[in-house]
Each structure stands twice: as structure tokens, then as C-alpha cells.
Design a protein around this ligand. Structure first.
Ligand SMILES: [Zn+2]
Ligand SMILES: [Zn+2]
Length: 131
């Protein structure tokens, strides 16, 4: 499978099944993130940039063939960017999305995701994708 990953960034609200969503991966390698300050914080702050990076890595992960999975810790107490179970649970309990996303580490995939990417794309180092 070859995809030409494309990530779009919009400040417009994006919806999935009627609910606002921070990001969405579409068919044929396209994904976008919806960057709305009221939802993900104040532009220009380091936490905002970190959230944008995390959302981007998560959606590009989908584009490259990765799926959501349960909690997998990759560094310190942070989770693989494809961890999603906690977000669903937290949203039910009205935990702010920013808080949930900040639990993810955009710089490291878990072993399962890394192996899948390496197998699919024959690339040596997907483990750490951001320097
Ligand atoms: Zn996702
Ligand atoms: Zn993973």
C-alpha cells in the first residue's frame, strides 16, 4: 500500500457523526485537524503547539495505517499517540479534550505501532519520528 499523506489544518469546526472532532483521517491518505482555540487552547503557547503536534501525529498515524488502541505507555507516564480508549472515557466524564490529548506523547509510538509502520513502509526508524 502506498499513500501520499496529506495533513490539512483548519480553524473551522469539524464534525464526525454530528459531534465536534479535533481531527479526522479520511480516505486516500488525507487527514485534517481542526484547530479551534476555544477547544484546544491559546495559539502561540507551547501547550497549544504541543497539542497541534500531537493531533497531527495521531491523524497521520491513521493515514499511515494505524488504528486506535488501549493505553500503552511509551515514555514517562505518557501514552502512544494512537491511544484512544482514555479519550472516549474522559469525554464521557467531561474531562477537557486538551487534558486528554496532553497525556499522549507525539514523539514516540509504542512497539506495536512502530513495528506496523516498519513492516508496512520498510523504514528503519519510526519509533521516534520527531527530533
Ligand atoms: Zn483517531
Ligand atoms: Zn501505539
Amino acid at each position: 500500500m502506498y499513500v501520499n499523506p496529506t495533513l490539512g489544518v483548519t480553524s473551522l469546526p469539524a464534525k464526525s457523526n454530528g459531534d465536534w472532532t479535533a481531527g479526522l483521517a479520511l480516505e486516500r491518505g488525507q487527514a485534517y485537524i481542526s484547530v479551534i482555540p476555544s477547544e484546544i487552547g491559546c495559539p502561540g503557547t507551547s501547550s497549544f503547539l504541543e497539542l497541534v503536534l500531537t493531533l497531527s501525529v495521531h491523524e497521520l498515524g491513521h493515514v499511515l495505517g494505524l488504528a486506535h488502541h488501549g493505553i500503552k505507555i511509551v515514555s514517562g507516564n505518557k501514552y502512544c499517540p494512537m491511544t484512544f480508549a482514555h479519550i472516549k472515557e474522559a469525554m464521557k466524564n467531561r474531562v477537557p479534550l486538551q487534558e486528554c490529548i496532553s497525556l499522549l506523547d507525539p514523539r514516540n509510538f509504542c512497539d506495536g505501532c512502530a513495528v506496523k509502520l516498519q513492516t508496512t513502509y520498510q523504514t528503519r526508524n519510526f519509533r521516534s519520528i520527531v527530533d
